[in-house]
Design a protein around this ligand. Structure first.
Ligand SMILES: [Zn+2]
Length: 405
């Protein structure tokens, strides 16, 4: 007989308890701000004195600030507390095959700076260019305390070594990016898969995810990435590879995929799949005007395809509809297999959500008997969800409660 979990534990010390209580108070302030100490005590079930001690410490560290005084008619007037969101600066970087978004954000996910840089073909050049820009931005904003850098990647990162282990659409050598960036910037760096970043974004800042503990983000672009928050925890699997549904083969012997497999879901339902399908069925294929890179061309082509579909080109419309049906097939698998409360679709294709969402929901309805418990929604185009998510990842180090590992 096996005793699960018996050998993998950490004993709680009084320090652990203090740390957990501190995180709970920080999270409650984040959720309910502006909020009084009395309410924090009521929400958390902690003694007033414990709450006061924790909030004093948070105020002295400038995580929390005191704001307005309540206008209650009688009695002692409590002072409201709120997060000192201006204190903290976090860099969010969203790497995509053709372009990199760089953002500087506050604690509440508000962007102070947002820029686009071309993604260099080699990781070393990327580190050099991005850290130079980060040094410049730190000099321009000396009043901020910098918590760290989050990097969202179109690939998977090994949890223990923090090395890239899988990035078929990016084409970089699989290097120790975290170490290189930390050395170049002097700040802690967190790497995360882009779909996981989207899932965190919805879990942390999302409008639809309030109270939701099981949600899946499906990032549709050159490929398809899936990020899962199940039972309030980001699911990475022992190696960090969990969620590669985009590379599950749905047609045996189908077209070859960048991963080496054949007939993967993303070969049928990604942006590039829709462009390929259109080009195969027309005498006037879309030929990129962008010569910068294969990936930049792919994005440009998909924009062109969506434009044609919107203008009423029937072949372009058919290619988009086919992509939507294939998206539905994979989503039905997720709905039936994992039955989350929410699935968030992220990517350019959400521009046509009126058309695409209808088809997707239709396929799910026909294929999954558990569809009624899952909402499928579109969350605007990238890069915003990825940037917000990667900022949430850095914040989570500070705010994370035991259920948000
Ligand atoms: Zn594949």
């Amino acid at each position: 007989m096996r005793n699960y979990g018996l050998y993998d534990f950490r004993v709680a010390t009084s320090g652990t308890a203090r740390d957990i209580n501190r995180r709970i108070v920080l999270n409650l302030i984040r959720k309910h701000q502006p909020v009084s100490r009395a309410d924090l005590s009521r929400f958390s079930g902690m003694q007033r004195s414990t709450v006061s001690a924790i909030t004093e410490q948070l105020i002295s560290e400038r995580w929390v600030a005191e704001g307005a005084v309540s206008d209650l008619p009688r009695g002692r007037k409590p002072t409201f507390l709120h997060l000192n969101s201006q204190r903290v600066g976090i860099f969010g970087i969203n790497v995509r095959p053709f372009a990199t978004n760089l953002a500087l954000a506050n604690m509440d996910g508000r962007f102070l700076v947002q820029e686009i840089l071309p993604t260099p073909p080699v990781a070393g050049e990327f580190v050099e260019q991005v850290s130079q820009r980060i040094h410049d931005l730190i000099k321009l904003n000396p009043e901020l305390a910098y918590e760290g850098i989050g990097v969202s990647l179109p690939g998977r990162v090994d949890l223990s070594s923090q090395r890239f282990i899988f990035a078929p659409n990016l084409g970089w050598e699989l290097e120790d990016l975290k170490q290189q960036m930390e050395t170049a910037t002097g700040l802690p760096v967190e790497l995360e898969n882009e779909a996981n970043a989207c899932a965190l974004s919805e879990f942390w800042f999302g409008r639809h995810g309030d109270g939701v503990r099981n949600l899946i983000a499906v990032a549709v672009s050159e490929g398809i990435g899936v990020g899962m928050v199940l039972n309030g925890q980001l699911v990475r699997g022992p190696s960090g590879l969990a969620g590669e549904f985009g590379h599950v083969s749905i047609v045996e012997g189908g077209p070859k995929c960048a991963c080496g497999n054949r007939g993967c879901w993303e070969v049928y339902a990604s942006n590039s799949a829709a462009v390929r399908s259109y080009n195969e069925n027309t005498s006037t294929p879309i030929r990129s005007r962008t010569k910068a890179s294969r990936q930049a061309a792919a994005l440009d082509d998909f924009d062109e395809l969506m434009k044609l579909a919107q203008e009423g080109n029937s072949r372009a419309g058919a290619a988009i509809d086919q992509m939507a049906r294939h998206l539905g097939v994979g989503l039905a698998m997720l709905v039936t297999g994992l039955a989350p409360e929410l699935i968030v679709v992220v990517g350019e294709v959400t521009h046509l959500w009126d058309r695409v969402g209808r088809i997707i929901n239709d396929v799910i309805q026909r294929r999954s008997f558990t569809h009624t418990t899952t909402r499928v929604i579109a969350d605007g185009p990238a890069p915003l969800p990825r940037l917000r998510g990667i900022i949430a990842l850095v914040l989570q180090k500070r705010f994370g409660t035991p259920t948000m590992a």
